[in-house]
Write a protein that binds this ligand. Sequence first.
Ligand SMILES: C[S@@+](CC[C@H](N)C(=O)[O-])C[C@H]1O[C@@H](n2cnc3c(N)ncnc32)[C@H](O)[C@@H]1O
Length: 341
Amino acid sequence: MIPEDILKNKNRVHNLDELGLKLYSHISENPGKRIAFWGHTYQTKKLIIDFEKMLGNKFIPTYVIDNFKHHENCFLDRIPVISFDEAEANKSRFDLIVIMVDSPSIYTILEQISSSSLSDKNAWMVHRDTNPLNEIEFSSICKEAQTSLVKEGVVWYTTEQNWYCCYQYLKQVASLEGDVAEFGVFQGGSAYFMASVMKHLKIDNKKKLFLYDSFSGLSEKDSMDYFEEGSFSSVRSSEQLKKLLNKFNQIEVFEGNFSDTLPISGLKKLALAHIDCDQYSPTKYLCEYLYEKMVPGGIMMFQDYPLGIAYGERIAVDSFFKNKPENILFGYDGAAFVIKR
Ligand SMILES: C[S@@+](CC[C@H](N)C(=O)[O-])C[C@H]1O[C@@H](n2cnc3c(N)ncnc32)[C@H](O)[C@@H]1O
């Protein structure tokens, strides 16, 4: 029998993205904490490699625990793979257990931990195979926003997966200094959703939501861009957008080319930037302008980074971050994001 408090454990993480963000903050605040990973999988490998790149010596993976015997005694040629019994015997050598396994195994592992000497360890768990879009809090905000937008006749181009990332990243930056901004608003789909989440998290009185768009569609394209000039020109005006969002606090709408409106919009510090403008030149401009405005731990999201046919945004992001200490990471929506150091 698994104790109720373990099943409802506050350390239950909903998906790999959330785990990554949570672990990153935790290690940044507690460098040197020793971590044992439970689960000998590709995802564990990727997470460890990413974190070693990002955090260097602050990140100390000590063991990989696995209930099954593996042909490898060492993970990534350097981290010992140990059994549950060995983990108990060596429990003084790690401070935190991160469990990354599929749903059926997680309950077995929780039972094992709760009836062992490892029960006093801090353990975070993620079901690798859950669908985060069904998470109750997210799905109710999402459905409510979709219903209101449809009622108002608003069309939007962002996916539920992208909204899910906006939701997670907003939670992640909630306690940081700085405002939130979107670059490429169109008729206000993702903006409405972000405003709803900010209201839900009660950060709408502390953070402004700055919204920037020409409302006349994309500008002239570069050779690596796909969409023609004028694509995504909205049939709805900035006035209609303001009306749509007037039930939310602290919304600021700026109409015009980013390079004209951004410098005069009063934006000082940014905790989250949702960048969705599809093309090379505006993305390059935004990377250059916003980088210094991002607070440490703040997140820049690049919505169109994985667009197969439109390489502009990806090329702009890759070349800007080539010589920067930050890594380009990938979210649940498949798009890129960067956490400012
Ligand atoms: C794909 S749409 C944004 C979709 C929106 N986030 C949604 O949820 O539906 C891209 C938007 O970027 C805007 N845009 C692109 N380049 C711009 C620039 N240089 N200045 C201002 N707006 C720009 C376009 O007007 C267009 O509305």
